[in-house]
Design a protein around this ligand. Structure first.
Ligand code: F6R
Length: 244
């Protein structure tokens, strides 16, 4: 297990972008899965700046969304599709044919899950995934104790996730379900980067990195991945006792 700490969020974002760029340069036709949420926003800016400087080409990659709030679509503030489109896909100039994101408004959400699974299989599985960690240790919407793990599935959101969700919407929305790629499918990725920033994540990152490997803390399961990097800023690393 590889743990990297960065002195601040900007440095963390630069390191994450560098890791993504290294993978993309070496695997220019691979499938990449980025989490939405606040944590990767700085990394998206870095990747776009790198492309603008001619240091990387993001257009040859295939993309798959990690998760979505069921009931929210591309026009809804805070939906994963909107966050990703506004902060990455549009400014990076990625063509729509290269992107497959969950449609939280799909009438048949099970079919939506199957189509996402087919997209992943068709592109040879996920090459690189860059993930954030929820305040309850969730990865994507693999919530604590979620029994399903493989492929894509819908899930009743954990209470912590529902409360924290207000930060994306500017108000409390009655979201209760999520749809996500399961952790076992994510575990098959060639390379996994898990990011966390801020002191508010210190306790959960202690559990993820130093606690028991358990379905109750989905992030901890990724310690078993052969090619995982945990990338934390100083705040999120405050409670770690491992020597860094
Ligand atoms: C978002 C996602 C979530 C977030 C996690 C951390 O697509 O999959 O698991 O990565 O909740 O969110 P932030 O980065 O906002 O702290």
């Amino acid at each position: 297990m590889n743990i990297i700490t960065a002195s601040n969020y900007n440095t963390l974002s630069q390191i994450a972008a560098q890791k993504a760029a290294d993978y993309i340069r070496g695997n220019p036709n691979s499938l990449v899965c980025f989490a939405a949420g606040d944590t990767p926003l700085g990394m998206f800016k870095e990747l776009i700046a790198m492309q603008n400087r001619g240091e990387i080409d993001l257009s040859s990659i295939w993309y798959v969304g990690l998760d979505e709030w069921v009931g929210l679509g591309s026009n809804d503030v805070g939906s994963c599709v909107k966050v990703m489109t506004d902060n990455f896909y549009e400014p990076a100039g990625i063509s729509k044919e290269r992107i497959r994101l969950f449609d939280g408004l799909a009438l048949d959400i099970n079919r939506e899950c199957r189509e996402m699974e087919n997209w992943i299989v068709f592109h040879g599985g996920i090459g690189l995934t860059l993930l954030g960690v929820g305040m309850n240790g969730h990865i994507g919407f693999n919530e604590p104790g979620t029994p399903e793990q493989e492929g894509c599935f819908t899930v009743e959101l954990d209470n912590t996730t529902k409360i924290v969700s207000a930060k994306y919407f500017g108000k409390e929305l009655p979201v209760s379900m999520g749809v996500t790629i399961g952790w076992k499918t994510l575990m098959k990725a060639d390379r996994v980067v898990i990011m966390a920033c801020g002191e508010k994540k210190a306790s959960i990152m202690e559990a993820v990195i130093e606690g028991e490997v358990s379905l109750e803390i989905p992030g901890s399961l990724f310690r078993q991945h052969p090619n995982v990097v945990f990338l934390l800023d100083d705040g999120a690393a405050t409670r770690l006792s491992v020597e860094l």
